[in-house]
Ligand binder design. Structure first.
Ligand SMILES: [Zn+2]
Length: 460
């Protein structure tokens, strides 16, 4: 799944010249010592999976409003410009302006994240309907680009001019994209990386991050992937991480399913507090073609990442926040006894949190809960017992050697038992996608009430 490299192709520069680009940033040709062109191909849903066509068309409904503004549409494609984009498109003026506004705020976030301001306008051909494009104009565009858009996807062509083996000195990118399915957003990420780093990184990173950018919405930190993507991911055995990051057979533009797994990994590493601090430097090193790899950076945490990745796929839904559900690997646990109790503060807005009690099936534990919490902004104050429906109740889960029990109810009772031995984690029962607006803390103290018959089994 490598981005493939080509040496200088004429049509790319032809298409630059064709483009009615008037801001004076037009490239002089002939100054480069070496030209390398990398192509990041976005997949075509249509040609790859027929059953999805229906779903995709359905999900692309907002994009279809483009076709409704016929009265507002000019004849043929028009050029629209913003600070960082030059957009040649046949979508309506309003839609073009909305797209540019979105792309600009996305780019601001992206440049902040990668710490590099965009150096050059990103040139984009965004095509809604080929019938609106004159034949002679299409004939001058990159055939690969046109072909990708006809297939329902997009293509970003990056040309890097630089010294062979030396620092890259100049690069530019042209995007061809269908107006549908947020393809322009996806391709714009490739173009930004191409222009500013001369590379988009290995395929898992390039396509994973382009998907992250595609789903980005201002002010939202939760999962925002299409419903069909989430359904697909949850219908499968999680793809092993090694198969996502180290599969030489995978390539750009291979299948939307592979894109979905790359997105999961990049989204999680970027958002989960256990992994995000090392993810940005890893990405910057990958973009700089340095000798780093996922395995070298995260190798020591392999089991932890695998565990959280599988849990993320299982629990994910729109609005799921990896940062609120990051697992606490550092918590110290103790075995409650007559003398020692385990104390914890459980936040309503977070996922599973350490109770600090190492528990045994068969034992009975005493429970003391103090405080209250709310579900949602204006929710009523609830105790650990929650609502009559069970929402907002204190619930538990047992972690043992990277395996989890089924969740079980604890509530505000004075005592409880556990279904198996291990480390007890707690949370406030609520939909995974709706934790962020919860409020409040419940203090939990767990002691040993009665020792049951313990099997020879030991917990780790
Ligand atoms: Zn792509």
């Amino acid at each position: 799944m490598a981005l493939f490299l080509q040496f200088s192709t004429r049509e790319i520069f032809d298409s630059i010249n064709v483009y009615p680009y008037t801001s004076g940033v037009r490239q002089k040709s002939g100054l480069s010592l070496a030209k390398v062109v990398s192509v990041t191909n976005h997949i075509s849903f249509r040609s790859i999976l027929v059953p999805l066509l229906i779903l995709t068309t359905f999900l692309a409904l907002p994009a279809q409003t483009y076709s409704q503004g016929d009265s507002a549409r000019q004849t043929g494609p028009q050029l629209y410009k913003s600070r960082n984009f030059s957009l040649m498109t046949d979508i309506s003026k309003d839609d073009a302006e909305e797209l540019l506004t979105h792309l600009e705020s996305m780019l601001k976030l992206v440049s902040g994240y990668w710490g590099r301001r965009n150096r050059k306008p990103i040139r984009m051909f965004v095509i809604d309907d080929f019938a609106n494009w004159p034949q002679n104009q299409l004939a001058k565009m990159s055939p690969e680009g046109v072909q990708s858009v006809r297939g329902g996807g997009g293509l970003t062509i990056t040309s890097v001019k630089g010294f062979v083996g030396g620092p890259k000195i100049d690069s530019e990118a042209i995007v061809y994209a269908t107006s549908k399915r947020k393809t322009p957003q996806h391709e714009a990420i490739h173009a930004y990386c191409g222009i500013n780093f001369g590379s988009a990184g290995p395929v898992w990173y390039a396509e994973g991050m382009a998907e992250v950018g595609k789903y980005w919405r201002n002010g939202e930190r939760g999962v925002n992937a299409g419903e069909y993507v989430i359904q697909y991911l949850q219908s499968q055995e999680p793809k092993p991480l090694g198969a996502i990051v180290n599969n030489p057979l995978e390539r750009t533009g291979d299948s939307w399913q592979n894109y979905a797994w790359r997105w999961v990994l990049c989204h999680m590493l970027g958002a989960n507090k256990n992994y995000s601090p090392r993810f940005k430097p890893l990405g910057l090193a990958l973009l700089a073609d340095k000798k780093v790899s996922f395995d070298r950076v995260y190798g020591a945490q392999a089991e932890e990442i695998e565990f959280e990745y599988q849990l993320f796929v299982k629990d994910m839904e729109p609005g799921y926040r990896c940062d609120l559900c990051s697992w606490n690997w550092k918590a110290k646990f103790l075995v409650p006894s007559n003398r020692k109790t385990a104390f914890s503060k459980i936040l309503a807005e977070q996922g599973w949190q350490a109770s600090r009690a190492q528990v045994f099936a068969g034992d009975t534990y005493s429970l003391e809960t103090k405080g209250d919490w709310t579900l949602g902004k204006d929710g009523e104050l609830l105790k650990a017992s929650g609502e009559a429906t069970g929402e907002g109740q204190l619930i538990g889960i047992i972690f043992d050697d990277y395996e989890l029990s089924e969740p079980f109810e604890i509530g505000g009772e004075e005592s409880f038992t556990v279904p198996r031995s291990g480390k007890l984690f707690l949370r406030c029962r609520d939909k995974w996608g709706e934790l962020a607006d919860n409020n409040g803390v419940i203090q939990v103290r767990i002691g040993l009430l009665e020792k049951g018959e313990r099997s020879a089994e030991k917990t780790r």
